[in-house]
Design a protein around this ligand. Sequence first.
Ligand code: PLP
Length: 375
Amino acid sequence: MSLFNVYPLFDITPVKATDVFVYDENGTEYLDLYGGHAVISIGHSHPKYVKAISDQVAKMGFYSNSIKNPLQTELAKKLVSVSGCKNYELFLCNSGAEANENALKLASFHNQKHKVIAFKNGFHGRTSAAVAATDNAKIVAPLNAQQEVEILELGDLESLENALQKNDCCAVIVEFIQGVGGLDQSTAEFYESADALCKKYNTCFIADEVQSGFGRSGEFFAFQKFNVTPDIISIAKGMGNGFPIGGILIHPSIKASFGLLGTTFGGNHLASVACTTVLEVIEEEKLMDNVKVISAYFLEKAKNIPQIKNCKGRGLMLGLEFNEPVADLRKRLIFNQHIFTGSAKNPNLLRILPPLTLQKGHVDAFFDALKTELK
Ligand SMILES: Cc1ncc(COP(=O)(O)O)c(C=O)c1O
């Protein structure tokens, strides 16, 4: 049986990885500034993480959500202390799309409205409501297009209030730093007013922190730079450092009831241990401080490259904008310089999404390589 051919693949086969490096089957070392698409947070094969997962799988890998799982409670406790998000409740699932799907569904259960407001260049996943709220017609099937979604310009408060006034919107969903769309951010005024408008019109304000969460922005959550209180926060990617896990943090104004949400695999024993260990390492190794230091160093060095027209994003969620498409440059970085970077919807943007353990020496190596390829 062949694989359903949906991914255009680079001709490289990674077989091993440590911290910020990935190795192919010939032993070639690649500097990973892509993090498997912002997934690797505490570094590949972190020894504490490997031990925790190995120990857990030797005891018990999985059991059902209809039986007590204290590992989920432990994870929730650690998440409160590392994120500073007190009072929220936690529902665990398996991916970013599933997190947003549950967030949107829960919003609609809560206020009994049905329409979703999302923003241009936003990406929220590929499942039913999540993909309908994603600004990319190519991945929205007719089935998904039945959902009622209005996509507004990021920053357009007037249109937002006009839409909310109609009183049919269950949720406004926003990435505080856009990922796939190209690292755009709006202003504090926009985010704070959007939050206030949601409260005024009884609409849930959903922060999609699937990519920007778990320390990647330098704050635990990107929204924490602003004075906002999301009703629901969706999380995934960096949570498990590669172990599939997602979730939503739910404000106590939204009440649970038996059967409202559910999943077979979500928050299983292995996933819970993976995520708790990620949180412990983020705290013990002060990775959010590291993100701030390395991000500032990276941005300073980027100023010396005349071909870089603009730097976007925050923390270790950055985009380097050039005057022309970067597809070829990205290939040369991989095959000539052995450095992985990411791409975005904006073809001129090179994305930098490394493990949060990145050090100054790795940044130096990247800029030396970039200069060579830009000559
Ligand atoms: C902001 C954001 N939300 C949701 C998703 C979907 O996550 P997943 O691919 O785990 O379903 C992504 C994936 O790139 C994302 O960047």
